[in-house]
Ligand binder design. Structure first.
Ligand code: ARG
Length: 498
């Protein structure tokens, strides 16, 4: 049989064989840097993935007549036993791929060494990472979908709960809790799109690329891709083993999600400070010294996870920057950044969703605050502009009133109008219109442009959000069903041998 390509520093995989084929490997695995070289402990994350990849590869090798059916059966039985024994029972090795292969050879004898025909650890590890990450991406997208659902329920329940809206953290215009919740729902919908886009490019099979240069064996790359539930195969073998942009894209999507959630968390922390919202006890902590304290700590930690995620993305990009073609061992350090990020952000997403879902909005405090700081000023200027006054002049009138008196009412507005426009206010708008514009609830009701906070506009947004949530939910379920179906097909294939 032709030898596996031995180019490009794939030293530990290189040729030399003895009776069991592991002599050369032993020569390179005993030095003081042994622990430094090994990724075995961290590879627990891809233990199940590696077993699946091994199974699909062995099935394909047998179907292509590269490995005999009996040998394939023995290897597949060994893989089942190795799975049952678990990752912790693996023999020592530089990584999970080597350890599983050693465990197979231990059970099957030298023929177990046929498992690694027509592949390298380079395409193997890339396949394992993609195989595992896609599950994690679906889980993250599912958690995000649930956070989105919690925000839709908040919007539904607080459709007409008036609250102050801020810019620069200054009272700006009255809005509703529903409008606020939907603002995050929309943002989170885009985060899901980004996760799904990352999933699409992650779910491509590098298997069969071998070390980077392909293989003389007549393998069937589509077949292993299909058995492993990949949507396709990577076109270029050198790209297939080198590329980690799917990790970058996934980690970036998670960092973006975490950043959005950090804003949401910050809002809740601020609103708790002002008494607008009360975080449920199960999402709060107290102080070890100040008995009266109830702190929104979980949301502070959600806010902090955005820092971890940014660090993860940074670590990943820094690791990948400037790596030459094709495989380099630096890549062994890439996955950890992505795993830590996906775990940290997924957890934060669940906590944020739970904190929002269980929080109590204080209607009275919100309503009282909604009119503070002359937050209806824009509405008065709009009323004047709707009566034909150029908006810039209307702005000046209201600004004049706001400046002249801390509290702004019909009288002060009238005085300002006389000053700026040389006419009484009622020449433009009647008193009732002015009073309505000054009232936070009426102010909100008047802003029914698409995307606005008026109850009708919010109802439209809730309907859209519910529709899209259901569509995205179905799409995620389809992807998961495809993976489950592939896993079952692979299992059924394996059973024909064992
Ligand atoms: N443990 C390695 C990794 O995670 C697997 C590939 C090793 N390949 C090699 N040529 N040394 O990247």
């Amino acid at each position: 049989m032709p030898e596996e390509p031995t180019v490009n520093g794939d030293g530990a995989d290189d040729g030399d064989t003895s009776s069991d084929g592991v002599v050369r490997r032993e020569r390179f695995s005993g030095g003081p840097a042994r622990g430094f070289l090994s990724s075995l402990a961290a590879d627990e994350r891809i233990f199940a993935a590696d077993l699946a990849v091994d199974r699909a590869h062995v099935v394909m090798l047998e179907e292509r007549g590269i490995v005999e059916a009996e040998t394939a059966g023995e290897i597949l039985v060994a893989l089942d036993q190795i799975e049952d024994a678990g990752h912790d029972a693996l023999p020592d090795g530089e990584d999970v791929h080597e350890a599983i292969e050693t465990a197979v050879i231990d059970r099957v004898g030298p023929d177990g060494g046929r498992m690694h025909t027509a592949r390298s650890r380079n395409d193997e590890v890339a396949t394992c990472i993609r195989y595992r990450l896609r599950e994690d991406l679906l889980d993250a997208a599912q958690a995000t979908l649930e956070a989105r659902g919690a925000l839709i329920e908040t919007a539904e329940a607080e459709r007409e709960t008036i609250m102050p809206g801020f810019t620069h953290l200054q009272p700006a215009q009255p809005t509703t809790v529903a409008h606020w919740a939907l603002s995050y729902e929309r943002a989170i919908a885009r985060e899901i799109e980004r996760l799904v886009a990352a999933y699409a490019r992650t779910n491509q099979s590098p298997l069969g690329a071998a070390a980077f240069a392909g293989t003389p064996f007549e393998i069937d790359r589509e077949r292993t891709a299909e058995l492993l539930g990949f949507d396709g195969t990577m076109d270029n073998a050198m790209d297939a083993v080198s590329a980690r942009d799917f990790l970058v894209e996934s980690t970036a999507a998670l960092a973006s999600l975490a950043t959005t959630l950090s804003g949401l968390a910050e809002d809740v922390v601020l609103y708790a400070n002002k008494g607008y919202i009360e975080v449920d006890d199960s999402y709060a902590s107290t102080s070890s010294i100040m008995p009266q304290k109830k702190n929104p700590d979980t949301l502070e930690l959600v806010r902090a996870r955005a820092g971890d995620a940014a660090a993860g993305l940074n670590g990943l990009l820094s690791t990948l920057k400037g790596l030459p073609r094709a495989y380099n061992r630096d890549l062994q350090r890439a996955g950890g950044h992505a795993w830590r990020t996906i775990d940290g952000v997924s957890e934060a997403t669940e906590v944020a969703a739970g904190a929002v879902a269980t929080a109590e909005w204080n209607e009275k405090a919100l309503a009282d605050a909604a009119g503070e700081g002359f937050s209806t000023a824009t509405g008065v200027a709009d009323a004047l502009a709707m009566a034909g006054v150029p908006f810039r002049m209307a702005h000046e009138v209201v600004a004049g009133a706001a400046e002249a008196a801390g509290e702004t009412d019909f009288q002060t507005l009238d005085a300002a109008t006389r000053k700026v426009l040389d006419a009484p206010l009622t020449e433009y708008v009647d008193r009732e219109t002015v009073e309505a514009a000054l009232d936070p609830t009426e102010s909100v009701a008047s802003r029914d442009s698409p995307g606005g906070p008026a109850p009708g506009a919010v109802a439209d947004q809730i309907a859209t959000a519910r529709d899209e949530h259901a569509t995205d939910s179905d799409a995620l379920a389809d992807r998961r069903a495809n993976l489950d179906a592939a896993a079952q097909t692979l299992q059924a294939e394996v059973e024909t041998y064992v």
